[in-house]
Design a protein around this ligand. Structure first.
Ligand code: SAM
Length: 352
């Protein structure tokens, strides 16, 4: 599939649930989003069918995400099924890592090739403030289990937040020194919460550093998110101040991340800078939501309902035509820097 801007679309990110066992302050309110009625979620058979059709259209890379994908018990079966489709070259998963220690081996046996684990701090107290659930210890054990199961390259995704975790960036980069671990820093993206609906999570300013209050509900508001924004360039400078100038590096599975290496390190440090340096011109992705909507762009609200036609008996070629229609309408770029707002769904409801 080639879109009107000559981009080849070969990557499908599939959200298999909007439920999550964490409540990261930038992603979900403490009380969670209202649960999607069960019948609106795609079954695994429906997901597998839609993935198979995408693969016949030239998709070769599949990433399973959510919500928290490891919460769906049938995940290994889905992976096995997807792995059996001729043409699939890469099956990966984005997870918060909490259940990875138990599941890594089963997932690898089913055909999962690699994982990205989301982790925004290496300090247990901050972990509780940011994720509001789970534990740092379990996530670290999950990362080790991923290595043991051969789910490599293992990547850590860390959302940059000024005043919250910017004093830890060099510590994250140090993790790459002795092993092939790839840390990627992600610029904080304004999403659904910028409507400022519901109670805002209240960060307190303590001697210039932001401390997230454990007891507060809600989630970060738009204004708070903007104050916490830290650009890739600033983050890179902070790391280089402590660890020396990094050289450019190449990690084949690192997609749009700008990738560097601390001198002498075995792993790498990447930056995903969709705000200050968007990579829209190289975007090769579509996203399928847990409830069966196909989105051509994470940052634009446009999406097409595949679930209704799927359940009304559409043939594979009817559904393939809908994929092609979405590709034909893939926006050239997002306009977040110009003030565009993404209000339809939050990240956990799209599949980050
Ligand atoms: N539960 C899984 C996890 O934690 O990786 C997958 C879903 S989560 C929505 C996917 C990724 O989106 C995580 O790395 C998370 O940090 C990131 N994310 C969520 N909201 C974000 C935001 N506003 N800006 C940047 N990244 C965000």
């Amino acid at each position: 599939m080639i879109d009107p801007f000559n981009r080849r679309i070969d990557y499908l990110r599939v959200s298999i649930t909007d439920r999550c066992n964490f409540r990261c302050v930038y992603c979900m309110p403490e009380e969670g989003f209202p649960a999607t009625p069960k019948e609106e979620n795609l079954t695994f058979e429906e997901i597998a069918r839609l993935v198979r059709i995408a693969v016949t259209l030239g998709v070769t890379k599949i990433r399973l995400t959510g919500g928290e994908p490891l919460l769906r018990k049938e995940l290994p079966d889905l992976i096995k099924e997807i792995d059996s489709f001729p043409g699939v070259q890469d099956i990966s998963c984005t997870t918060n890592g909490f259940l990875l220690e138990e599941l890594a081996c089963r997932l690898a046996r089913a055909g999962l090739l690699r994982v990205n684990v989301s982790l925004d701090t290496l300090r247990a107290d901050r972990f509780t403030d940011i994720a509001r659930r789970g534990s740092l210890e379990k996530v670290m054990a999950g990362i080790e289990a991923a290595f043991d199961a051969g789910l490599e390259p293992v990547k850590i995704n860390c959302v940059l937040m000024k005043g919250v975790n910017d004093d830890e960036l060099a510590d994250f980069a140090r993790l790459t020194l002795d092993r092939e671990l790839h840390v990627r820093f992600i610029e904080l993206m304004p999403m659904r919460w910028n409507l400022d609906e519901g109670p805002a999570y209240t960060p307190a300013c303590v001697t210039g550093k932001v401390q997230l209050k454990q007891s507060a509900g809600g989630m970060l508001s738009d204004a708070q998110m903007r104050r916490l924004f830290l650009s890739m360039d600033d983050a890179r400078r902070m790391i280089e101040r402590e660890l020396g100038e990094m050289e450019e590096a190449f990690v084949p599975t690192n997609g749009p991340a700008r990738t560097y290496r601390v001198p002498g390190a075995r792993g790498s440090v990447g930056f995903i800078s969709q705000i200050t340096n968007d990579f829209c011109s190289r975007c090769n992705r579509l996203r399928l939501t847990h409830d069966g909507f196909l989105r051509p762009c994470l940052m634009s609200d446009g999406e097409l309902d595949l679930r209704t036609p799927l359940r009304a008996g559409a043939s594979d070629s009817d559904l393939a035509a809908l994929y092609e229609h979405v590709v034909d309408h893939k926006p050239e770029r997002h306009y977040l820097a110009e003030g565009q707002r993404v209000v339809g769904r939050g990240m956990s409801q799209i599949g980050g």
